[in-house]
Design a protein. Sequence first.
Length: 213
Amino acid sequence: MTGARLLRRVRELVEADDRVVIGIAGCPGAGKTTLAGWLAEHLTAAGLPAVWVPMDGFHLADVELERLGRLARKGAMDTFDAHGYLALLRRIRAETATLVYAPSFDREIEQPIAGAIPVPPAARVVVSEGNYLLARDEPWRQVRAVMTEVWYVDLDDRLRLDRLVKRHIRFGKSPDHAARWVAEVDEPNAERIRATRGDADLLLDFDTLALSP
Ligand SMILES: Nc1ncnc2c1ncn2[C@@H]1O[C@H](COP(=O)(O)OP(=O)(O)OP(=O)(O)O)[C@@H](O)[C@H]1O
Ligand SMILES: [Mg+2]
C-alpha cells in the first residue's frame, strides 16, 4: 500500500459526503498517530482540508483516574471518556457550519487539554485514531458507526515494542519503568485491540507503507 493510494481512497469517500471521518485503530506504538498526522497534512496539501482528532484527547485526567483507582493502568479501555469521544464525533458529523473544538493529549504532562484542536467548517476530512475504535463493547460500537471507515494498522511486534519503550523513555520514564509499563499495561491492551482487527475496512502494515509523496 502507498500513501498516494490512501489519499485517493479518502478522496473517493469525500465525493459521496460533505465530511468524512476516517478512523485508524491499532496496538500501542503501531504508528496510528504518525499515519493520521501524515494523512491530515497530505490531504490538506492536496486541497482537501483535513484535521487530526486523536481519541487520546479523551484520556481521563489523572485526578479522576486516581479517584477511580485506575491510574496504574492508564490506557486501558475504562480509562477513557468514551461517551465524550462519541459525542464529539457526532458533533463533528452534524455541526459542519460551526467551529468544533477537540481536546488533545499532551505527552509531556500526560494529560488531556480541552479546546486544543479546531475543526473548522471547511474541514472535509477528520482523521481520528486510537486503540479502541473497533471494540464491540458499548459505546465503542457506536463510535465505529459514526466513522465513515476504520483502518487497522499493524506493525511487527519487535519493532512496535522497541519503538514503544523508546517513546516512554523519551517522555520521562526510566528504561526499567518503560519496559515494565509496556509489559504490564500496554500489552494487555494490545491483546484486546488485536482481537478487533478483523472488523477493519482496510488492513495496513505500517512498516511497508510507502508514505513519502
Ligand atoms: N518510520 C519510523 N521509524 C522509527 N520510528 C518511528 C517511525 N514511525 C513512527 N515511529 C515512532 O514509533 C513510535 C510509535 O508511533 P506512533 O506514536 O505513531 O504510534 P501510535 O500507534 O500512535 O502509538 P500509541 O498507541 O502509543 O499512541 C513513536 O515514538 C514514533 O515516533
Ligand atoms: Mg498515538
